[in-house]
Design a protein around this ligand. Structure first.
Ligand SMILES: *Cc1c(COP(=O)(O)O)cnc(C)c1O
Length: 206
């Protein structure tokens, strides 16, 4: 039998480093937020080439907060891939908004940009793209649709830390990007963790 995602084995080679880090936190007496989180926010922002990153409890909270920040009218529509993880949809529903499911491109399993425009109605406010399985969506096509219809773009980067499209990092295309550090993700924490990244100016792919 091959065990599925044995995190003990996965993390084993780093146990000594983790123990040193745990001890630092234990000795510091500061167990929520504090300098360690601030340091990570800064390092991750530098890595993402962005100005602002804010650590949050998990990826769902990051998605939730990005939608809450826009304060869209209740019942507004958000376009989202039909084959995403449930948290993406939950963040839309929890904000009183309507998820509009768009099918993926079978060659990439990411949202099919060719099917987005026909899903847009006068109620559409945003496209929530999800870069599944470490593969970034076709952001040039998606950004040009968003621009044409004046829609916000939120990136669900729970599965795409460090992944690039045409040389540009995932998370740097939209108005907001939500990251998850759930233990099994590409960048996994030892517990629940997430982060919200805000773009100050949109970096359009040339
Ligand atoms: C894991 C995941 C989330 C939610 O992240 P949590 O940290 O578990 O809340 C959201 N979207 C996608 C695509 C995910 O894979």
């Amino acid at each position: 039998m091959i065990e599925y995602e044995n995190l003990h084995n996965l993390n084993k080679s780093l146990f000594e480093e983790y123990k040193t880090a745990f001890n630092e936190v234990l000795e510091s007496g500061w167990y929520i937020l504090g300098n360690k989180v601030k340091e990570f926010e800064k390092q991750f922002a530098t890595y993402c080439n962005t100005k602002h990153c804010v650590g949050v409890a998990n990826g769902l909270d990051a998605l939730n907060l990005s939608l809450r920040a826009f304060n869209f009218e209740k019942g507004s529509e958000v376009i989202v891939p039909s084959n995403t993880y449930i948290a993406t949809i939950l963040s839309i529903v929890e904000n009183g908004l309507q998820p509009i499911l768009v099918e993926p491109d079978l060659a990439t399993y990411n949202i099919n940009p060719k099917l987005i425009e026909q899903a847009i109605t006068p109620k559409t406010k945003a496209i929530m793209v999800v870069h599944l399985y470490g593969k970034v969506c076709e952001m040039d096509a998606i950004l040009s649709i968003a621009k044409k219809h004046n829609l916000k773009v939120i990136e669900d980067c729970a599965q795409s830390h460090g992944a690039k499209f045409k040389g540009q990092l995932s998370g740097s295309f939209g108005d907001f990007a939500a990251h998850s550090f759930y233990p099994t993700k590409n960048l996994g924490a030892l517990g629940d963790a997430g982060l919200l990244q805000q773009m100050m100016k949109r970096l359009l792919i040339k």
